[in-house]
Design a protein around this ligand. Structure first.
Ligand code: ADP
Length: 447
């Protein structure tokens, strides 16, 4: 039963959403995701493929054998526990390793198997009879380069002849050195130094050029120009591939600038995750009232685990204090952008192990991290973009934590202004899924 009176609560509009906090350092978020992810993200959606010549067939494979890899590489793939190609791999891999080489731009969310795909393509093209760099992979940061290098090293476990070299901070070469490694994985600045300044290897001999995490790359100061400078020295025959988790216009403009005549693959988002999720909103009179709403639903929340999203660290800290008083500080975890990657992992581990029933967070958790036990997501603040409009993509990412794998989840949006209500309506309209009014005083309504 939905109480009438809650409808009557005048909602105030003094609370303008605070300006978005830059809590989501994209490189950190991406690194955290890579470390924490246990496996592929489940996707049901179809690929969107654009290519120059629609008549040329595009092959798709259902097994790694069908790729006719070198046996040592196939062994490496299986040793990593990959039995069948992921959706993006099915389509990208045959094209990436085909002859003549073709350029590719691939966009799909994190965790869909992009890194594994291009790493395999890179290793496939290495000619170990030649002792100079042939494959160049650019990553936006030191840590991300190391992550990719580790995947490559594991995959090349049974190919001892393939030599991989990091071009990242801390790695030094002397003037006059000539690199003999087949694969270079590094950050743009260091790679520029080594190739153009030190002439330690010849960019025109590179046959595979990979630009990973293009969206994170362009968010890093100066990286975009460095990538373009490097790309200019590559040979016309060099195969170029670019990967991105997102597809905003500025990323795709950069992608098309850097990768000539590509086949473009996009794995569309899984909007149907919302099918398994009951979405509610609760009208509140302000921050304290929002807290009371949560306290009222907390009895239900404790059945499983909850994640509460706040817009700022300040709100997250405030809420954590209030909730700790209520349920004990050991039951509440806080995750925000001021923590180091290690600290965030520790918080997430405690939450995963179930020691904490409730995790309060700013945006850092909204993308890519799977926590299976979560069945309630509370938007203490609705996700908004820089302009203050509904950020539907982030909403989907947040809510997508619940209701994974067909289990039912609940999403609760706390609304304390007309502006918030409008944002909530925009989200509802965007996904075409009803967000129902919930009486927080009467939480039996939650199934
Ligand atoms: P992305 O680069 O799109 O974020 P990754 O290539 O890092 O995705 O893959 C995500 C996770 O899934 C990693 O833990 C990776 O080891 C694993 N993975 C990748 N491809 C497969 C596969 N074909 N089968 C099983 N696991 C896979």
């Amino acid at each position: 039963r939905l109480s009438e009176d809650i409808n009557e609560i005048g909602i105030n509009n003094e609370h303008k959403p605070p300006p978005a906090e830059l809590d989501d350092n994209p490189a950190d978020a991406s690194l955290l995701m890579k470390i924490i992810r246990k496996g592929l993200i489940d996707t049901k959606n179809d690929l969107d493929i654009q290519r120059k010549d629609p008549n040329s067939p595009l092959y798709s494979v259902k097994s790694f054998e069908a790729l006719h890899l070198k046996p040592e590489l196939l062994k490496g793939v299986y040793a990593m526990g990959y039995n069948t190609p992921s959706k993006i791999q099915e389509t990208a891999l045959p094209t990436l390793i085909a002859d003549p080489p073709q350029n590719m731009i691939a966009q799909s969310q994190s965790g869909t198997g992009k890194t594994a795909a291009f790493t395999l393509a890179m290793l496939t093209r290495v000619d170990t009879t030649k002792d100079y760099p042939q494959v160049l992979c650019l990553s936006p940061t030191y840590e991300l380069a190391i992550q990719t290098g580790e995947v490559a090293a594991r995959m090349a476990k049974f190919c001892p002849d393939i030599s991989i070299r990091y071009a990242v901070r801390g790695e030094e070469i002397s003037r006059g050195d000539k690199l003999k490694d087949h694969v270079i994985i590094g950050t743009p600045g260091k790679v520029l130094d080594w190739s153009l300044k030190f002439r330690a290897f010849d960019l025109s001999k590179i046959i595979v050029f990979v630009l990973d995490e293009a969206d994170v790359m362009i968010a890093q100061q100066g990286h975009q120009d460095q990538c373009i400078r490097l790309q200019k020295h590559l040979s016309k025959k060099c195969q170029m591939m670019l990967f991105s988790a997102t597809y905003e216009k500025k990323v795709m403009d950069f992608a098309e600038f850097i990768v000539p005549s590509p086949i473009t693959i996009r794995l569309k988002k899984e909007e149907e995750v919302l099918d398994n999720i009951k979405q509610y909103y609760v009208k509140c009179r302000g921050q304290d009232d929002k807290y009371r709403a949560i306290a009222n639903i907390y009895g239900v929340i404790t059945i499983g685990q909850a994640i509460i999203f706040c817009h700022t660290r300040k709100t997250a800290g405030w809420l954590a204090g209030k909730m700790s008083n209520e349920v004990g500080s050991e039951s509440v975890g806080v995750l925000s952008g001021d923590l180091t990657v290690e600290q965030r992992l520790a918080v997430l581990d405690r939450f995963r192990e179930g020691h904490q029933k409730c995790l309060i967070t700013t945006n850092v958790l909204s993308r890519g991290i799977d926590i299976d036990q979560v069945n309630i997501v509370v938007n203490f603040d609705l996700p908004i973009d820089q302009q203050g409009n509904a950020d539907c993509e982030t909403y989907l990412h947040r809510i997508g934590r619940t209701g994974r794998f067909g289990k039912h989840g609940i999403a609760i949006n706390l609304i304390d202004s007309e502006q918030c209500m409008r944002i909530c309506r925009d989200i509802e309209k965007h996904f075409g899924k009803k967000i129902m009014l919930l009486d927080a005083e009467n939480s039996d309504e939650i199934e």
